[in-house]
Design a protein around this ligand. Sequence first.
Ligand code: GN1
Ligand code: MG
Length: 359
Amino acid sequence: MTTNEIVGQFRLEGKVTEIRPLGSGLINDTYLVKTEGDAPDYVLQRINNAIFTDVDLLQHNIEAVTGHIRRKLEAAGEKDIDRKVLRFLPLKDSPKTYWTDGQTYWRISVFIKDSFTYDSVTPEYSEFAGENFGRFEAMLADIKEPIGETIPSFHNMELRARQLREAVQADAVGRMANPEVQAILKDLLQYEDEMCKAERWYREGKLPKRICHCDTKVSNMLFDKDGNVLCVIDLDTLMPSFVFSDFGDFMRTAANTVPEDDPAVEKVQLRMDIFEAFTKGYLEGATFLTPIEKENLPYAACLFPYMQAVRFFADYINGDTYYKIQYPDHNLVRTRNQVALFHSAYALQGQMKAYIDSL
Ligand code: GN1
Ligand code: MG
């Protein structure tokens, strides 16, 4: 089936004039669907169902969350709601918001007009982003519908560490022979116990799970032309998690001086100006935080580069079966970058704590 025929399964307005690739996600394939005249444009996505195996649950979560947010915005008298929350189209012959031929899975959302995404942001934009992610989580605090785990234990550090060990054991493509790979492994394992502390606190009943976005990279937030935040996109990984997920992943992507796959590791550093601005905004939006959550935001800023390093590294050792790559060593380059960012964040924890205390 062509993308045109797939689009034809959905209840959309307007005549399609063009379908072209959009964005830079590492998991799903995304297209922009342009239409004639005044009708909205759309975003078509092929959902990677090797990774999101339960597409029904995935779309249930997304419909529940976007519906909940839409009702809150309406109640608050918000104007321009269609630019502040995503809307997914039903099929022509059913209320389902995805279409499948039994092998591939597709969905369509309305493209938000005059919106912009960024791979890096100024401190000013980070503060807006922080407040918005905090508010996003706050709005979801009272959602009634159950929200499932679209990828079970997605941000569970114990699981990620176990998957790395399994990859090392299997050594499927012989990459463990490389001394650099051995050195990275040794370095990462030194911090494993410390980085897994959130899971222990959870078992001890000290740390709650909340509905989080779990993919808060800076490019998953839409801004208008003046830098105001419109809405949060890429809702696939919405699920119960620690607030560290959303705080940490933003810092991992927005506060790095370079992109996550920049080979120039000597340039990698965690930017304290971005940390401070985002934290300030986040603490204003996330009014529900308990002391253990707030005190451990510096840990979150370390945990996410660490977890991402472990995930990229395990994928490299497995022979690149998960993340899209553009060249053979791409996952190793990403790993080096994230390890460097982890070390930078780790060294800055004292400064981060002092900043939070000063607020
Ligand atoms: C993946 O597809 P994308 O780029 O939104 C991944 C995230 C990683 C990110 C690293 C479902 O997200 O967890 O942080 O790559 N998503 C999934 O860039 O694994
Ligand atoms: Mg994503």
